[in-house]
Design a protein around this ligand. Structure first.
Ligand SMILES: Cc1cc2nc3c(=O)[nH]c(=O)nc-3n(C[C@H](O)[C@H](O)[C@H](O)COP(=O)(O)OP(=O)(O)OC[C@H]3O[C@@H](n4cnc5c(N)ncnc54)[C@H](O)[C@@H]3O)c2cc1C
Length: 319
């Protein structure tokens, strides 16, 4: 079965890995097109695409979902895709939903392991706060799919195309009155938890914000980043969202995750369950976090954490 796959990348530069997702879906003999908004730079020709649709209108705003939706609609008219696929960014998901609604096409959002078959397009999706995985099927064509994560793998399946054609795409942008008043850069990240190899994470077992240095000292002794549960970031505001682990926070996969005063709610576990080694410190021997922990320390964090820090620091000093 061959497909005509339109890949939509709002990133600058566009993701070459997304083109490979398209190539894998297209199958032998299928066609892959890439839609980009490339206002200044020449179009990127990396990746196995047969055709690049390039939006060059200076009025096109790559941060607007409605502009991308108009571009997808136009590219779909020209290319007649059987599958449209985007990355996971908010703007891409909004654009996909708008364009699909305009074309009355089914949408699968945040899909993993997307697969095309005669009976439809199948994708795995997280269910029940990420504690289960279901397979969703959209039958008919075209099907619009957004990915759960930015793809990273390039190459392998299928042959790269021998010739990539670049087509300038004229897009009729929405005319309603919507104006960007200002743009502010996102503040620099305090910590990149998703890249951290070691994390000491703190929960509501900590009584006061003033006690955070206890946890920070342990993190320093371990060469770890500081993470937290949602209440510590979203409710108390003791740490910024950059530190928040879980379903609605960051999904982390360090080699060491130390959970300090964390109960182990399902929404937190989803974010840290790919950690290689988990140490949990909790005064409640029945806390659910212990079911995930390789090392279970039952006791008061106010006693254990400073002692652990002291011993780790002493051990380092004696080396
Ligand atoms: C839609 C939705 C999304 C959510 N997303 C997230 C998310 O992304 N991330 C997230 O973390 N949560 C999330 N939550 C919240 C989640 O359900 C829990 O409420 C939260 O994870 C609990 O945080 P906690 O473990 O810090 O607090 P608690 O559940 O209150 O646990 C505190 C723990 O500290 C222990 N403790 C207390 N004192 C001490 C002490 N002195 N020494 C040692 N241990 C002590 C207690 O025994 C307890 O186990 C979400 C909830 C919803 C509804």
């Amino acid at each position: 079965m061959t497909e005509r796959v339109l890949c939509v990348s709002s990133r600058a530069p566009p993701s070459p890995a997304l083109s490979w997702v398209g190539r894998n879906l297209a199958g032998e003999g299928g066609q892959v097109a890439l839609l980009v908004a490339d206002l200044e730079a020449p179009p990127p020709l990396s990746g196995p695409v047969d055709r690049t649709y390039r939006v060059t209108d200076p009025a096109f705003d790559r941060g607007r979902g409605d502009h991308w939706a108009a571009a997808i609609t136009e590219a779909a008219r020209a290319f007649k895709p059987t599958i449209v696929v985007t990355g996971p960014s908010k703007v891409e998901q909004e654009a996909l939903a708008r364009a699909a609604a305009g074309l009355s096409a089914p949408v699968i959002t945040k899909g993993r392991r997307v697969r095309a078959a005669a009976d439809g397009v199948h994708a795995e999706r997280d269910l029940l706060s990420g504690n289960a995985v279901g397979t969703e099927t959209a039958s008919g064509r075209p099907v619009f799919v957004s990915l759960a994560e930015e793809p990273t793998v390039t190459g392998e399946a299928g042959r790269p195309s021998s010739a990539t054609e670049t087509v300038s795409l004229a897009v009729s942008l929405p005319t309603y009155r919507f104006r960007r008043v200002s743009m502010q850069p996102k503040p620099a990240q305090e910590v990149d938890l998703e890249a951290a190899d070691r994390i000491v994470s703190v929960g509501r077992g900590l009584q006061r914000k003033e006690d955070l240095p206890l946890v920070e000292a342990l993190a320093t002794a371990l060469g770890a980043a500081v993470g937290c549960t949602r209440p510590i970031a979203a409710e108390s505001g003791w740490l910024s969202d950059d530190h928040w682990v879980g379903l609605t926070g960051h999904r982390v996969r360090p080699s060491l995750y130390v959970a300090v005063g964390i109960s182990g709610a399902a929404q937190h576990l989803v974010g840290m369950r790919d950690s290689k080694l988990v140490v949990a410190i909790n005064k409640d021997a029945n806390a659910p976090i212990f079911d995930q922990a390789d090392y279970q320390v039952v006791g008061d964090l106010y006693t254990i954490v400073p002692e652990l820090t002291r011993q780790l620091t002493a051990a380092k000093g004696s080396r």
